[in-house]
Each structure stands twice: as structure tokens, then as C-alpha cells.
Design a protein around this ligand. Structure first.
Ligand SMILES: [Zn+2]
Length: 243
């Protein structure tokens, strides 16, 4: 794998993001963790967040952090409204509080929604050594893969989003037991792999295959300890997609 040509981002807010530890992500060359501020405001919540010195410390992450500070809903008073996915309660936060939080969390990259911010806010955020990306209305998709929806608001070095965002399908495929092999995408759940004592792919140098794990073993893990198998499968899949 050419580690210098790819920057890989894992979206911690995606449903499967938290099943691997930060260390494991770093072992498979994940360069960035991405988190949604909306999710952080629900858990651990604003009072905890405002006491943090740095978001990366809270995440136990030593590489870079992308903070997605775009909100699904902003009401007429300009308050960001977040609905908790745990209990359905609503949390309201002013944009001034959001800017103060971002300043204290010190992410490396900040994603913002153009119609939710103004020049004054951008000026405040420019104190940070962070790259700002602004999504403009009209680019309705919130997907960061569409780099044309962004422009850089300062002259700091940045990355091309289309090149490094972790495709969410790798996460969901791994969770479903779908694995990249010499024969294309295979389904490790299938009973035909119960006695397949060969590696997922020949000559694969990913951390999973380097440990000598066979299709048979991963088939067994998938059916008995699915979370553990997911970690190994995502490591292999990410490595092979980038290879
Ligand atoms: Zn492998």
C-alpha cells in the first residue's frame, strides 16, 4: 500500500465507526477520524465538550480530526436543533456556542454549512490552524465525497475530499461479511468457507492476513464473535481497496 498517496477518513458517526478502536484504525493507516458535532452534542453533551482542551485527546486519536459542524436543522431564531437518537429529546445550541466549542476542540479540518455561518464566524475560526470547508446550498448532499460542493476559505494546505473519504460501503460490506479476495467479492458467511484453510487473498499483506487468519477462521468468527470478525474484515478490505 502506498501510504503517501491516500488519506483515509473514518466517519465515527457512521453506525459501524465505533466498533474498532482508535489504535486499530491507526494500524490500518486511517489518517483522519471524522465526527459530527451534532452527535457529540448529544453524547457526551455540551457541558463535557466545553471542558475539553482538544477533541483528539477525547477520542484517543493521535492523527488528525475532521469535525463536521454542519447542522441538519437551524430554527428561525438561528438555534441549531439536534434530535437525540437515544431518547428523541431535542437539544438547542446557539451558533455562538458552536463557534466557541469548535475553538476549544481544535479540530484539524472543519466542515461548515454555508447558510449557517457568516463572515464574522469564519473570521473567528481562522484563529485555528485548521482548514475550513464550506458546503453551499444547492449542493444538497451532505456527502463530503463531492469536492465541488466545497471551497476553501483560507490559504492553508488542504486535502481533496474525493480522494480520501472512507467509502461507507466498505464499512457496511465488512459488517455483512463481504470480503475482497482473488475471486472478487466473496461472502465469508457462506458454509462453503467453513473448511477453507487459505488466506482471504493470496499474498495479502494486511494485518489480518499477516496474522495467518484463514477464510475458515474468519467464517467461524463471523458466526460466533461478529464484532471481532468485523475488525479483521475491515482491516483486510481497507487494505485491499487502497492497494
Ligand atoms: Zn488481507
Amino acid at each position: 500500500m502506498n501510504k503517501t498517496s491516500h488519506h483515509l477518513v473514518i466517519d465515527l458517526s457512521a453506525s459501524h465507526g465505533l466498533t474498532s478502536t482508535s489504535q486499530e484504525f491507526q494500524n490500518i493507516s486511517i489518517d483522519y477520524l471524522s465526527v459530527k458535532l451534532e452527535d457529540l452534542l448529544v453524547k457526551p453533551g455540551k457541558s463535557v465538550l466545553s471542558q475539553l482542551n482538544k477533541l483528539s485527546d477525547h477520542l484517543g486519536w493521535h492523527n488528525k480530526v475532521v469535525l463536521d459542524a454542519r447542522f441538519s436543522k437551524v430554527d428561525k431564531e438561528g438555534m441549531c436543533v439536534i434530535k437525540s437518537r437515544f431518547d428523541g429529546s431535542r437539544i438547542k445550541v446557539s451558533m455562538d456556542d458552536v463557534i466557541a466549542l469548535i475553538l476549544s476542540l481544535k479540530p484539524n479540518i472543519i466542515l461548515l454549512q454555508g447558510n449557517q455561518i457568516n463572515q464574522e464566524m469564519l473570521k473567528q475560526l481562522s484563529q485555528l490552524a485548521a482548514s475550513l470547508f464550506v458546503t453551499h446550498k444547492g449542493g444538497q448532499s451532505m456527502s463530503p465525497c463531492n469536492s465541488h460542493q466545497f471551497y476553501e476559505t483560507n490559504d492553508r494546505p488542504t486535502l481533496e475530499f474525493g480522494d480520501f473519504w472512507m467509502p461507507s460501503d466498505i464499512m457496511s460490506q465488512s459488517c455483512d461479511g463481504l470480503v475482497y479476495s482473488n475471486a472478487g467479492l466473496i461472502d465469508i458467511k457462506e458454509s462453503s468457507y467453513e473448511h477453507a484453510f487459505e488466506p482471504l487473498s493470496d499474498h495479502c499483506e494486511c494485518p489480518t492476513c499477516q496474522q495467518g487468519f484463514t477464510k475458515s477462521y474468519l467464517h467461524h468468527l463471523f458466526h460466533h464473535t461478529p464484532l471481532l470478525s468485523f475488525r479483521y474484515l475491515v482491516q483486510h478490505n481497507v487494505f485491499n481497496i487502497l492497494g
